[in-house]
Design a protein around this ligand. Structure first.
Ligand code: ADP
Ligand code: ZN
Ligand code: ZN
Length: 733
């Protein structure tokens, strides 16, 4: 009897043994359908062991072997195994979550055929005779079909339209065998790139380009270039060179970086097939991209962090744009950092990886200092855009109207009068973050999170930004009954209202999660800005990146003080990055731009350094501080998080883990292992769950890894009613 060992998507670290039915074969890396308790699960075969730790008669049989060959390419398999080991995540969870949903559910991994809608003779007649004169969408669908057949699970018309048309026998389904053509074959005689759109690189760009181009095998490059220095142009030309060598390219971008503008810029450059993995693809479309990359039908795949798990026939280059962006860190399920994994992957594949940013993470700058990454600096803006001027406004010395200083209002007026646009940045949506009683100080807070509810004036509701619960706006204080309730602090809605009153003659566009919740709203707002229908733009983080507003000449950060005095040691780095990103929105065309920061602490050394000498000087200081304090990247961290409806359970569970590591420390003679906690998490309660954490830190990554390997999480988890997870290299403390 052949035994197979399968990794299952369950939060247990071990694999499970099954027996193969007679005459059925399986290889490592194939999916199997197996019984698990009362369920059937899809697992992945990781070993074909000679014997099991369990008696054979206890082993259950595999129900079905789903693949003929491993569905993981050799490099992906290696990467995922490495990741499971490093992040201490269950191999089954890592392997299965790397697959498109359809494959996780056991569907076929081989592209055999696809179902198409085809117009029938009756349908053609109906179009000509105008038989469908009321049903506009059905006509549109028929018209599209009269041009060419459409893929059933991948078209712009919804299924109700198709059912209606099928009922009338105007359309029929046909099955088409999928022909697998490599991207080179599909390209035919066309060149990979459209030369007419290529720009001539300036000197700095050309140096950067050749440094990467002449790299043989693995190297990690940090392309450290100010916003507008032409990093994207370098990416495009390197992609072209890689394609000319018949190799594929993977481009990873942050979540908010995957805008239609970005995709368009890539697509308009190449004749070769580009596939984009964005969040609104359906499962069929995702599976298609996965298959196309794996079989060499796509030349370039662009996507967010999880696109790293796309498999390629022959990958030649990885590009990771905005490498400092926090969206590269997966924050739930098994937690990984796509940037760090991309470097591991490139090393395993022996290919270059290029990481770009105007504001590199301190981790990456440290890797440059250590000689692990090669540093490429682009200090000038490409084209003829001018550098921006920066200024601090001291709020202590100003009259402030709803968060806006008189000095800033004056500047706004100046820029508007010159016919330019202004962008005001405030990372807080809603009208006000707090509603309180003027008589007794009572605060309207969320009972599930113990945090203030945000006052949303427009939607007339109080909303919790942590758990999304909402309540009607109270008319009276719950404690003293007073009706004298007031807001404090400002959100984007309030900013909009204040500016409307002050500048009634100008159009205002506000972009935040509330104003863009409905489909198509973001696009229409962006359109209003591009066409100059509005002159005042108000936005949260959503507006900080990726968009080009050539007529914006003034950018203001309304309040930066929270970034200066946070408990999180990364807050200053994030503020500096945000400042540079936002500043990059100003004066991108030929117009001189100006950036203004409002603060109560203009003398703060970080702000001074940042404004006077720029991000890189700031980074030198900040890295020095981290070193003095023994914080990452000069040490490694791992964070255990426990949550439970019962606060004591969560605390005691972590305390038991802390005790374990205390003993480990003594037994292994590792006095430098720091064990901090158990302590309440920064958000100690969220959605009725109490949250506790335990931080481990050691200057030596290998020793921390050893400690984690020796620890048996499942053993502890068994005895507590908690949700426990481990975050290796956490980004948020
Ligand atoms: P980044 O990605 O570094 O922010 P981009 O690649 O978007 O910069 O370039 C900024 C602007 O400069 C774009 O409008 C781009 O078309 C232009 N640009 C880039 N490289 C060149 C060049 N070599 N010559 C002229 N214009 C350039
Ligand atoms: Zn009160
Ligand atoms: Zn809440």
């Amino acid at each position: 009897m052949q035994i197979v060992r399968a990794a299952l998507n369950v939060p247990l670290m071990r694999c499970f043994d099954y027996l193969l039915p007679q005459r059925v074969k399986a290889q490592i890396g194939v999916r199997v359908l197996v019984p698990f308790g009362t369920r059937k699960l899809v697992g992945v075969v990781t070993e074909l062991p000679e014997q099991s730790d369990f008696p054979l008669e206890q082993l259950k049989q595999v129900i079905e072997v789903l693949d003929k060959q491993s569905i993981f390419s050799e490099p992906s398999w290696k990467l995922l195994n490495w990741a499971s080991n490093y992040y201490h995540a269950s191999l089954g969870e890592v392997l299965i979550s790397a697959l498109p949903v359809k494959l996780r559910n056991g569907e076929s991994a081989v592209q055999k055929s696809k179902i198409l809608w085809k117009i029938t003779a009756l349908g053609e007649q109906a179009l000509l005779s105008g038989a469908l004169k009321q049903a506009k969408k059905q006509i549109a669908a028929l018209q599209a079909l009269s041009q060419s057949s459409l893929e059933k699970s991948n078209n712009e018309f919804n299924s109700a339209i198709w059912s209606a048309l099928k009922e009338k026998q105007f359309v029929e389904e046909i099955e088409q065998v999928v022909e697998i053509k490599s991207w080179q074959h599909s390209l035919g005689d066309l060149p990979v790139a459209k030369a007419e759109n290529r720009l001539t690189l300036n000197k700095q760009q050309a140096l950067a380009f050749t440094q990467v181009l002449f790299q043989q095998g693995f190297a990690a490059f940090l392309l450290d270039g100010v916003t507008g220095s032409g990093k994207t142009e370098i990416y495009l030309q390197l992609i072209e060179e890689t394609l000319k060598k018949d190799k594929q390219v993977l481009v990873l971008v942050p979540e908010i970086g995957l805008t239609p503008q970005t995709v368009q810029r890539f697509q308009s450059r190449f004749n070769a097939q580009i596939d984009v993995l964005h969040s609104n693809l359906n499962d069929t479309q995702r599976l298609n991209v996965w298959q196309r990359a794996k079989t060499g039908q796509s030349a370039v795949v662009i996507g967010t962090r999880s696109a790293l798990f796309t498999q390629f026939a022959d990958l030649g280059l990885i590009i990771l744009d905005e490498e400092h962006d926090s969206s590269f860190k997966q924050q739930d399920g098994w937690r990984y950092h796509a940037r760090d994994l991309a470097v591991v992957y490139a090393k395993q594949l022996d290919i270059p990886v290029l990481m770009g940013s105007a504001t590199p993470s301190l981790e990456s700058l440290n890797n440059v200092n250590l000689g692990k990454y090669q540093h490429i600096l682009l200090s000038k803006r490409a084209g003829n855009a001018l550098m921006v001027e920066c200024q601090l406004i001291d709020l202590k010395k100003q009259n402030v109207i709803n968060g806006l200083s008189v000095a800033l209002l004056k500047k706004i007026e100046d820029h508007l009068q010159k016919g330019n646009q202004v962008l005001l940045f405030l990372n807080r949506r809603g009208f006000a973050p707090v509603l309180l009683c003027h008589e007794c100080g009572w605060i309207a807070d969320c009972q599930h999170c113990d945090k203030p509810l945000t006052y949303h004036q427009h939607q007339r509701v109080m909303r919790c930004h942590h758990c999304a619960s909402q309540r009607p706006i109270p008319r009276q204080c719950a404690k003293c009954g007073s009706t004298n309730l007031v807001t404090t602090g400002q959100g984007t809605e309030q900013l909009e209202q204040t500016l409307q009153q002050r500048f009634p003659q100008y159009g205002i566009t506000r972009i935040d999660r509330d104003s863009t919740a409905r489909k198509g709203k973001l696009e229409s707002h962006l359109n209003d800005i591009q066409q100059g229908k509005s002159q005042i733009l108000i936005g949260t983080q959503m507006l900080a990146k990726g968009h080009h507003f050539p007529n914006v000449t003034l950018v203001a950060l309304i309040n930066v003080d929270s970034g200066l005095f946070s408990l999180d040691f990364r807050a200053e780095e994030r503020l500096a990055q945000l400042y540079v990103q936002v500043a990059g929105r100003a004066g991108r065309a030929e117009k001189q731009g100006e950036v203004v920061l409002q603060t109560h602490y203009p003398e703060h050394p970080l702000l001074q350094r940042l404004l006077q000498e720029g991000y890189n000087a700031f980074a030198v200081d900040a890295l020095h501080m981290r070193q003095v304090m023994g914080l990452p990247p000069f040490s490694s961290q791992a964070l255990f998080k426990a949550q439970s409806r019962n606060s004591i359970e969560a605390e005691q569970c972590l305390q038991q883990i802390a005790d374990y590591f205390q003993q480990w420390k003594l037994a292994q003679n590792q006095p430098h292992l720091q064990i901090l906690g158990a302590m309440p998490a920064p958000f100690a309660k969220k959605a009725d769950q109490f949250r506790w954490q335990l931080l481990l830190q050691h200057e030596n990554r290998a020793i921390l890894q050893q400690a984690l390997r020796d620890f048996d999480q499942q053993e502890i988890e068994k005895s507590w009613q908690v949700r426990l997870n481990l975050d290796v290299d956490p980004q948020d403390l």
